[in-house]
Each structure stands twice: as structure tokens, then as C-alpha cells.
Design a protein around this ligand. Structure first.
Ligand code: ATP
Ligand code: MG
Length: 585
């Protein structure tokens, strides 16, 4: 455990708001019937035992990414800390883009992160599409109250007459049509009598408002398209700005937290809920919206549209490709839920723009795994080392701790023999300055073994080094009194060639060469790194058991994981999660 995960949560402006609301008893009288619904349902409920209600509302149009993790940790974390409840809500109001497969992937990954939407026996997993009947009922009541009208202008005309930041909008010719006419048209829209785009339901607020979002925003549009859950029941679908406050109020959310782009929507959010409350559909206290800054991580794209393009065009193997910034990709790469939560807790929550280097995410992984992951040895780019004075056929046990700072985990045992695999890079025919590893004449320590002196090497016809030769110095074995009798400046890792376990290892690099692949007008596909994965045949320390999702620190090399889908102990497939040190310059 790191000190951060043990200490009390760091405060932030949202916690301050919640503290003040709780101190003032703002939600003390709130009722909750155990299910979402308008006033007539909630009125019959008990006082809510959850002290706050938050929600995480993904649209099921793609896999969740690292940016979503920030929102998940915030919303579920607050509910945990304040004895509240956090709802998982699928904001599925766009029929064309949403799929059950995404719903399933989202459920899986939120659970994997370790969060739970159950609270006191309640299953707080909801779908906006379950509220379509309520939303429509409120729409009719809005029309009847004079708060909305059906506009028969085209979508282009509606856009063009909205005005700009400096110019006010102009009223639609349909704005003052009689209520009964709007109502009749709305019903015809619902009944499928009009084509897409022929008319829309708009709120009647103020076309001269300085906030463009208040200039009679569209509440409902016609979309003849089947929905992943409601099928062909509806051919009109609510707009986000109408759906979102209604969803929050139906679920009696207390604190509705969203990213800053929605700040300008807040007056409309409040306006809608106040009108619907006047009309008797909701009870005080109403949900309130608060905005925080989104996470922008370097060297990745996080828009779901762009991630989908990477998948659809085959730039990656799928949404869970280990190079993807999706949570499923990070999981397959070897990231742990704890590392992701540690990263999110270090991010904090504020309104300040948050541009975070990718190395911060990797550092959280190292900080999480360093105390937890067992150590083992692997040779990723092998070259044969022959100890020419070591008897053929002899094996000798060597020992190393599973973890250098946790002796209780015990020791691992592996044999030393005459022929070993070492890293190609640990030998140089002509060493550069300050190179302390093997070169002719030099001595180094074989980690957990003997000191050896390099005596020569073989080359093939093309000049490639095929084999390195050395002699071991008896009486210098690690852990024996003679171990310090010879001083060396380099230590190298090795595995016995006769005993090592073969493995496929995938060495991942960044997916994009640019820190901000989608900045400005750049086409992010141009920034794709053509060499973002290298697959090598490696040798692992004997005894390494590559059950799926096992993580290790390979000594000197970094953190690695046995792939959760492809690895078996017989045929290990291993992903490099990250190197030991930061290479993201
Ligand atoms: P995208 O543009 O990738 O589709 P989105 O914001 O539309 O992202 P949603 O599924 O609507 O995706 O998001 C669910 C929740 O996650 C929202 O409350 C949203 O504010 C939050 N969220 C999305 N991206 C980030 C981010 N980068 N940082 C923090 N929160 C985020
Ligand atoms: Mg969205």
C-alpha cells in the first residue's frame, strides 16, 4: 500500500460543496422510493438513507478510456466516502451509435476498477432509455404550460437563426403557434407521421439571451432509427440538454458532476428542473450540476470517435489493444485497478486545465507494482554466453529473493550451468566509455552467481556476434564469503540455456509520436508510430509461471504481465507494461 491510498482523501472544491450541503441539511428531506421516478413515485418513498447521490453517465457508444476513469473515481469515490450511492447510468439517447456490446464492456470495466453501484440491496444501474416515457410525458406537459413549441423549420434554419456570441437570435415563425397545434404536432412526431428533420420540439425561453444555450434549445428530434434497447418503440429521441437534467432528477441525484464543457448548459439545466418542479413533476431539493476540468493525457487520443476509427481502420487489434488508452487496453497491457486509482487520486479535482504527461500514468503503475510484483529474470534479446571453464553437464542451484524488500516471500531457485542466455546489449566487442558490462578482458558479476571474466567471442560470416566466452572465478559466488574478494563495476542477468522457459514478449511503445496527436487541425492518424510494438522470442527464468494477468518486475528491464487472453503457463505471452525508468521525453 502506498501512503496515498492509506491517507484521508485530499479535499477539493466538490468535497467542500458536499460538506457545506450536508452541514446545511440541504438533502435531509429528500425521499427515495428505491427506484427512479417523478414526484408521484418519490413522494411515496422513505427519506433517502444515501447521504448523497452521484452518477457516472457514459454513453454506450464506445469503450471507456483513462479520462472516464477520472470521472468514475470521482463519482464512486465520493459516494463511498460520504456514505452515499453512485448510479451507473447508460446515457443511451442516440440510437444510431449505441450498442449492447459497449454496455457490457462498460459494466465489466467499472467492476474491474473495483466500484459497485449496489447500495443497501439497490441495484443502481440505470438506462436513460428506460425514462423515455417520462421524458415524453414531461414534454407534453411543457407544451401545455407554454414552455415549449414544435418548430417546423429545418435543422439548418434553426441553427442559422440561433445567432452568434455577438448577435442575438431571431424568433421562429412557429414560436407563437397555439398550444393545441404544438401538442398535436408533437403527438404526430411521436407517432411516426413526419420524416427526420422536418420538425423539432424546442423550449421557449429567450432568443436574445447572451447564453446561446438558452435560445430556445431543441428538446426532441425525430430520428427514425431502431434503438439498442427500445427497438422501434420510439422515433423521437430527447436531446442531451433535455435528457440529462431529467435523468438526474428522476434518480434524485444530489450532485451531478460533469466536465467543464457543460458549464454553459447549467442555466438551462436549472431552468428545466425548476419548470418541471413548478409543474409538479419533481420535488425539492433538486439536483445541482458542478463542473470540473477533464483529463488530457499526452501521447493519446481519448475521443471515442477517434478511438473507434483506430479500431475500425485496423490501426490496432481492437478496443482492448494494449496500446489503446481505453481501460480495457490498459488492463490488457497490465495496468492494475490500483495503479489507475492511484493515478486518479494524484490528479485531484479542480477547474484548472489538466494536461498530464503520459509518464505520470506509468509512474503510478511503477509505484503500485514495485512493492507488489515479484522479481524474476528474463532475457529479451538473447545471446549465448559459454563459461568455458565450467564443467559440461554440471548444474548448481542459485537463489534470489522473490522481493528484495519483503524477505517473507522467500526465495526462488534456479540453476547455473555452462551455457547461459544473456542480453545481447550486455556484451560489446568495442565498449564505449563508461561501459561496465562484458567486453573482452573485463570482469562482471552474474547476478546471484559468480564473477566472470570475458575471454572472447565468435562471429558469423556477416560479422554478427554469435557467442560470448568467459571464465568464471570460483569462490566468488554471491552469498559466500569470497563474493566481495574481486571488485567489479557491472552486474548482468542471465538464465540457464538448458532450463529457461521460452516466451513470446511484446514490447510496446507509444501509439503516437506526437505529445498532442489531435491538437489543432492535425490529423491524428498522421502521428501514428509505425513501430509501436515489437514482438520478441525471449527466455524466462525457470519456474516462471505465466498464468494470465500475473505481473512481475523483470530485473533491470521493467514491469511485465502475462497477457490475460493469450498467455498460458505452457506458452507464455507477455506484455511489457512499462520500463523501469521514464523514457517519455
Ligand atoms: P467522448 O467525447 O470520448 O465520447 P464523452 O464525454 O462524450 O467522451 P461520455 O460517455 O458521455 O463520454 O462520458 C461519461 C462521463 O465521463 C461524462 O460525465 C464525462 O464528463 C466524463 N468524461 C469523459 N471524458 C473525460 C475526461 N477526459 N476527463 C474527465 N472526465 C471525462
Ligand atoms: Mg458524450
Amino acid at each position: 500500500m502506498t501512503s496515498e491510498s492509506q491517507s484521508a482523501p485530499v479535499s477539493n472544491f466538490i468535497r467542500t460543496i458536499i460538506d457545506n450541503d450536508l452541514a446545511a441539511g440541504r438533502h435531509a428531506g429528500k425521499r427515495w422510493a428505491g427506484q427512479p421516478g417523478p414526484a408521484r413515485i418519490q413522494q411515496a418513498g422513505e427519506p433517502d438513507t444515501a447521504r448523497i447521490r452521484t452518477r457516472f453517465p457514459p454513453e454506450p457508444n464506445g469503450y471507456l478510456h483513462i479520462g472516464h476513469a477520472k470521472s468514475i473515481c470521482l463519482n464512486f469515490g465520493l459516494a463511498q466516502d460520504y456514505q452515499g450511492a453512485c448510479h451507473l447510468r447508460f446515457d443511451d439517447t442516440n440510437p444510431e451509435k449505441e450498442e449492447d456490446a459497449y454496455v457490457k464492456a462498460i459494466i465489466d470495466i467499472v467492476q474491474w476498477l473495483g466500484f459497485d453501484w449496489r447500495n443497501n440491496g439497490e441495484e443502481n444501474c440505470y438506462y436513460a432509455s428506460d425514462y423515455f416515457a417520462f421524458m415524453y410525458e414531461f414534454a407534453e406537459s411543457f407544451v401545455e404550460a407554454g414552455f415549449a413549441y414544435v418548430d417546423e423549420q429545418s435543422p439548418d434554419q434553426i441553427r442559422e437563426t440561433r445567432g452568434t456570441l455577438t448577435e442575438q437570435g431571431t424568433n421562429s415563425p412557429w414560436r407563437d403557434r397555439p398550444t393545441h397545434e404544438s401538442l398535436q404536432r408533437l403527438r404526430e412526431m411521436r407517432d411516426g407521421q413526419h420524416p427526420n428533420g422536418s420538425m423539432a420540439l424546442r423550449a421557449k425561453i429567450d432568443m436574445a439571451s447572451p447564453n446561446i444555450n438558452m435560445r430556445d434549445p431543441v428538446l426532441y428530434r425525430i430520428r427514425h432509427a431502431p434503438h439498442h434497447r427500445t427497438g422501434n418503440t420510439w422515433c423521437i429521441y430527447p436531446m442531451y440538454s433535455w435528457a440529462h437534467p431529467v435523468e438526474d432528477a428522476l434518480e434524485t441525484i444530489t450532485h451531478s458532476l460533469c466536465t467543464l464543457e457543460f458549464e454553459d448548459q447549467r442555466p438551462f439545466y436549472d431552468w428545466i428542473l425548476e419548470r418541471l418542479t413548478e409543474l409538479g413533476h419533481f420535488l425539492e431539493p433538486l439536483p445541482r450540476q458542478y463542473e470540473f476540468s477533464r483529463l488530457n493525457l499526452s501521447h493519446v487520443v481519448t475521443s471515442k470517435r477517434r478511438l473507434k476509427l483506430l479500431v475500425d481502420e485496423g490501426h490496432v487489434s481492437g478496443w482492448d489493444d494494449p496500446r489503446m488508452p481505453t481501460l480495457a487496453g490498459l488492463r490488457k497491457r497490465g495496468y492494475t485497478p490500483q495503479a489507475i486509482k492511484l493515478f486518479c487520486s494524484r490528479l485531484g479535482v479542480s477547474k484548472a486545465a489538466q494536461n498530464v504527461p503520459y509518464s505520470d500514468l506509468e509512474q503510478a503503475l511503477r509505484d503500485d507494482l514495485d512493492p507488489r510484483a515479484n522479481r524474476t529474470v528474463a532475457v529479451l534479446d538473447p545471446i549465448k554466453l559459454v563459461l568455458t571453464n565450467y564443467p559440461e553437464g554440471q548444474t548448481e542451484p542459485c537463489q534470489a529473493p522473490h522481493h528484495p524488500h519483503d524477505p517473507e516471500r522467500g526465495q526462488r531457485n534456479f540453476p547455473l550451468t555452462r551455457e547461459l542466455w544473456i542480453e545481447r546489449d550486455d556484451f560489446r566487442e568495442d565498449p564505449p566509455k563508461r561501459y561496465f558490462r562484458l567486453f573482452p578482458g573485463n570482469t562482471v558479476r552474474l547476478k546471484y552467481g559468480y564473477i566472470i571474466r570475458c575471454t572472447g567471442f565468435n562471429k558469423d560470416d556477416q560479422g554478427n556476434i554469435t557467442e560470448v566466452h568467459a571464465e568464471y572465478l570460483p569462490d566468488t559466488k554471491s552469498g559466500t564469503p569470497g563474493a566481495s574478494s574481486v571488485k567489479v563495476r557491472g552486474t548482468i542477468t542471465w538464465v540457464s540455456a538448458a532450463h529457461a522457459v521460452p516466451a513470446t514478449v511484446r514490447l510496446y511503445d507509444r501509439l503516437f509520436n506526437q505529445p498532442h496527436p489531435d491538437a489543432g487541425d492535425a490529423n491524428f492518424l498522421d502521428a501514428i508510430n509505425p513501430d509501436s510494438v515489437q514482438t520478441v522470442q525471449a527466455w524466462l527464468e525457470p519456474g516462471t509461471h505465466a498464468a494470465p494477468e500475473t505481473t512481475w518486475q523483470f530485473e533491470r528491464l521493467g514491469y511485465f504481465v502475462a497477457d490475460r487472453d493469450e498467455s498460458t503457463p505452457e506458452q507464455p505471452v507477455i506484455n511489457r507494461i512499462t520500463t523501469l525508468r521514464d523514457v517519455w521525453i
